[in-house]
Design a protein around this ligand. Structure first.
Ligand SMILES: [Ca+2]
Ligand SMILES: [Ca+2]
Ligand SMILES: [Ca+2]
Ligand SMILES: [Ca+2]
Length: 349
């Protein structure tokens, strides 16, 4: 056999081996994006009021409010989205005397909560006006009322109290953004005891006045059985994602990663993030925009390791809530949001 023929045979064998390897290595599917032209003012699930923070769970129904104020239900086909004229999904929100004018009521089976005690001492205006709150209110299922006023050196630079059981005692803690006049925002966790509301734990404030943070989600994001809470620190100036777990010594940071944003300066929208098991490993992941809010990212913390699970196509700015849904009923998640280029987007893993 000639040398040339041997070389040719070797080359053919190599090519066959490479082809076999290509078949064996799974190709990672790109997320599939389905869009619909619509000027979207807001995106909502069917359930309101809620806990005030993204947690695991897929909305079976989703609604949008168009820029002209009308509401529509979002229907998801395999390759297209359509809108069906609908009423507003939730009844008009109840107002409680004394509550923060643009505040929101949150509720679980055990409590109803809201912010009150309006104050103008911290003129930051990150949430649309310089009027902030100075007290947390709780109304229990048995009709007991509690109030907790914070000191003059700080305000609740927030619209709502998030209700989430961070220590696993089957009773929700009360979580709010507390800003110190001379040191900026911290994440504050309160607990309702027999004697009233008490401060349970707090992250160190950012360190500078007029520096803010926005919670992003709460879930057992590493699978260790404890709930973590994720926040984005300084979402307007190159946000840092921080993940905390509440323990006997307070809130301990477990992860830190830069390049995220879940809030636009001056907006009252706090929900630009979703908790969703994107890779189907049974552990909840977190979806939130990058620092420019022009690209949606999904990150995971399974087994205590931070990783990027998906980076969507860069496009126009994300302008609405990011809602985890299962609108097509296949049991797998989708992410729904509106963009500044008048597009409603549904993304499948
Ligand atoms: Ca608890
Ligand atoms: Ca955990
Ligand atoms: Ca997962
Ligand atoms: Ca689905």
């Amino acid at each position: 056999m000639s040398l040339a023929l041997l070389a040719l045979l070797a080359l053919l064998a190599l090519l066959a081996l490479l082809a076999l390897l290509a078949l064996l290595i799974p190709v990672r599917a790109e997320p599939a994006e389905t869009t619909h032209q619509a000027c979207v003012k807001s995106v909502a699930g069917a359930q309101v009021p809620g806990r005030g923070i993204a947690t695991p769970g897929l909305a079976k129904q989703a609604f949008i409010q168009r820029c002209n104020g009308t509401w529509a239900r979002v229907l998801a086909g395999r390759d297209r989205l359509s809108l069906k004229i609908s009423d507003r999904p939730a009844p008009p929100e109840t107002r409680i005397p004394g509550m923060l004018p643009d505040g929101e009521i949150t509720q679980t089976r055990l409590f109803k909560t809201w912010l009150s005690g309006t104050t103008g001492i911290y003129r930051h205006g990150i949430l649309g006006d310089p009027i902030e709150a100075s007290a947390i209110n709780v109304l229990t299922g048995e009709g007991r009322k509690f109030e907790f006023k914070i000191s003059q050196r700080s305000v609740f630079e927030d619209l709502r109290v998030r209700l989430i059981d961070l220590n696993g005692d089957e009773k929700e803690e009360l979580v709010a953004i507390r800003s110190y006049l001379d040191a900026g925002a911290s994440l504050s966790v309160f607990a309702l005891g027999a004697d009233g509301i008490n401060l349970l734990a707090e992250t160190p404030p950012i360190g500078l006045s007029y520096r803010w943070l926005n919670p992003a989600g709460a879930a057992d994001s590493d699978g260790d059985g404890n709930i973590e809470i994720a926040i984005v620190e300084t979402p307007h100036i190159g946000g840092i994602l921080r993940v905390y777990q509440l323990g006997p010594d307070g809130l301990r940071q477990e992860h830190e990663a830069s390049g995220f944003s879940n809030h636009r300066m001056g907006s009252r929208l706090l929900d630009m993030s979703a908790v969703v098991d994107w890779n189907g490993d049974g552990i909840p992941d977190l979806a939130l925009p990058d620092a420019s809010r022009r690209r949606l990212l999904v990150v995971g913390f399974a087994d205590g390791r931070f990783s990027y699970l998906s980076k969507m196509t860069r496009g126009a700015e994300i302008t609405t809530r990011i809602l985890a849904t299962d609108l097509d009923g296949d049991g797998k998640p989708e992410l729904l949001h509106g963009r500044a280029d008048n597009t409603l987007v549904l993304i499948r893993p």
